[in-house]
Write a protein that binds this ligand. Structure first.
Ligand SMILES: Cc1cc2nc3c(=O)[nH]c(=O)nc-3n(C[C@H](O)[C@H](O)[C@H](O)COP(=O)(O)O)c2cc1C
Length: 168
């Protein structure tokens, strides 16, 4: 994988919305888990390049988001749609998603976390901040259509430490 400047990541909206990402959370000390996400963003906060990730309270991945600062977003092409669907439909509490799909968790010595080896693009992240999303100030229609069961999101702000691209 080649290290690139984050300024060169210019299709985030399409990637996250149409093709989704796999968020991996955790590290070699606490273990890790991964799940599919299609909500989120990249931008700038506190003069740092950051990614915004939204994880519902019910997700197993949330435990690793909270236990570790090491997070990645792995972007895999359309040929991995089936695998990405499995990562978004099953829980790491019940299934080893990597074994089930044949995808591999990759680890590099300069970073404690794991990313998906088969990804075209990877953002290596460091969690900076998290906050619970709550009902205050939320439009009623959003509340009704997204939170009928009260499974609220936690918003994570993570600093982009490295942007990797697989150019093979
Ligand atoms: C296309 C797609 C996008 C998803 N986006 C999110 C998301 O942004 N946030 C979230 O909390 N769950 C999202 N999910 C649901 C989780 O990926 C799913 O509940 C997963 O099974 C959780 O796994 P875990 O229990 O191992 O953490 C999405 C699922 C799919 C299929």
């Amino acid at each position: 994988m080649l290290k690139k400047n984050i300024n060169e990541f210019n299709s985030f909206f399409k990637e996250i919305n149409d093709e989704w990402a796999i968020v991996t959370a955790g590290d070699k000390f606490v273990g890790y888990n991964a799940m599919t996400v299609s909500w989120g963003g990249i931008g700038v906060l506190w003069n740092k390049p950051v990614a915004f990730i939204f994880v519902r309270k019910s997700r197993y991945t949330l435990e690793f988001m909270n236990k570790s600062d090491s997070v990645t977003l792995s972007f895999l092409g359309d040929k991995y749609k089936k695998e990405k669907t499995l990562f978004g439909r099953t829980s790491g509490r019940d299934v080893n998603k990597f074994e089930e799909t044949g995808l591999h968790a990759s680890f590099e010595p300069d970073f404690n976390g794991y990313f998906v080896a088969e990804a075209d693009k990877v953002l290596k992240l460091k969690k900076l901040y998290s906050t619970d999303i709550d009902f205050d100030n939320m439009p009623e229609s959003i509340k009704n259509s997204n939170y009928a069961n009260n499974d609220m999101h936690v918003m994570y702000v993570c600093e982009v430490k490295q942007y990797l691209v697989n150019e093979e």
